[in-house]
Design a protein around this ligand. Structure first.
Ligand code: ATP
Ligand code: MG
Ligand code: FE
Length: 347
């Protein structure tokens, strides 16, 4: 099947065409730079950018694929989770396009798209696969029984997402938003064992087991206290060491729990995705542990990890090829779309 995928959950307006398991075109416009001076994504600015970019981005994706809208079998659009105003622009645009061209439309789950996209680089994945999705907004371990039919949550963050935690520490260190990439770069020059950064929930809280859940909200506080202590002693702040210790701690807890889940679910494949998986410490830790545990770690190129239209189009292909009915044309956006919900069903 040929599917046009449209993405507008946060600060990327993106569109792509996928044919079967092949990426035909992929266009991404980002409003990230417009948010930098505010230290985070401003929903109103992001929504406005989507409204400006929607038509040019979708037209370019079709043009690069050398297609007209009549050449696609279906359209898929992220229906959630994400910022309501942003989702509204993409979903309204996709509905208008689908309606006028007489094409079936699927309102899909953005997070499940991060899983689907790995097929473009590594091919189909086996049934009952584990997936680790880490981004600015999500940190989740999922069990993928069948990407078009059934996905379960195995674990999730109880507070902050990993990317959010990096961005908070980055702010503390004076790096501009988004701070994740700065921490990554400084971490390369530092000692990962220089300071103790808590690995949230490694043991599970007493009497309350969270074997596959994460907690990152304590990390920023721990780093902030440590810095205060050093400053009180009049010592210089070893920025590289802080970054290296933070990156090592977060990469370790994510990879260890992912491997443990693979073992419990008897999965020899781990799908990895989401914007945070651009992080080099996480990528190398996952590959290292994967090799030790006999798990095939499928972490795609960074351009496929960050938000894009290909992930949405690929999930659309999975749904079309599974014979799933399109979403009813009056489906709504869902800014808190549950992970178990792969797309907006038709009633
Ligand atoms: P969503 O949560 O909407 O799915 P996403 O998949 O696009 O979003 P982003 O929120 O864009 O993910 O992910 C970017 C996050 O990852 C930011 O918090 C950013 O700081 C962090 N990040 C990006 N590159 C790196 C890196 N190299 N090292 C560490 N963190 C990074
Ligand atoms: Mg983004
Ligand atoms: Fe995302």
């Amino acid at each position: 099947a040929v599917v046009l995928g449209i993405e507008s959950t946060c600060d990327e307006t993106a569109a792509a065409v996928v044919r079967g398991g092949t990426l035909v075109s992929n266009v991404v416009a980002s409003s990230m730079n417009e948010h930098a001076r505010y230290g985070g994504v401003i929903p109103e600015i992001a929504s406005r950018a989507h409204a400006e970019s929607f038509v040019p981005v979708v037209s370019q994706a079709l043009a690069q694929a050398d297609m007209n809208i009549s050449d696609v079998d279906a359209i898929a659009v992220s229906a959630g989770p994400g910022l309501a105003g942003c989702l509204a622009v993409g979903v309204s645009g996709a509905k208008a396009l689908a309606w006028s061209a007489g094409k079936p439309l699927y309102g899909v789950n953005h997070v499940i798209g991060h899983i689907a996209v790995t097929q473009l680089q590594f091919g189909p994945f086996p049934a009952d696969t584990l997936a680790l999705i880490v981004s600015g907004g999500h940190t989740s371990l999922l069990h993928v029984e069948d990407i078009a039919k059934h996905v379960d949550v195995v674990g999730t963050t109880l507070d902050d997402a990993a990317g959010e935690c990096f961005d908070k520490v980055a702010r503390l260190l004076g790096f501009p938003y988004p701070g994740g990439p700065h921490i990554d770069r400084h971490a390369m020059a530092g000692n990962p064992h220089a300071i103790r950064v808590p690995q949230g929930l490694t043991q599970g809280k007493a009497g309350q087991e969270h074997p596959y859940d994460f907690s990152f909200s304590g990390v920023k506080t721990a780093v902030a206290r440590w810095i205060e202590g050093e400053e009180a002693e009049g010592r210089a702040i070893p920025v590289d060491d802080i970054c290296a210790s933070l990156a090592d701690s977060v990469a370790s807890v994510l990879s260890k729990k992912a491997m443990k889940a693979c073992k419990q679910y008897d999965s020899h494949t781990l799908i990895v995705g989401g914007g945070f998986t651009a992080n080099s410490q996480l990528r190398s830790k996952l590959l290292e542990l994967g090799q030790e545990c006999g798990v095939d770690v499928r972490v795609p190129d960074i351009r496929l990890c960050t938000d894009n239209g290909a992930m949405v189009a690929m999930l659309g292909v999975n749904l079309v090829e599974a014979g799933v009915r399109p979403s009813a044309m009056n489906f709504s956006i869902d800014s808190a779309m549950p992970m178990e919900q792969i797309y907006q069903y038709s009633r």
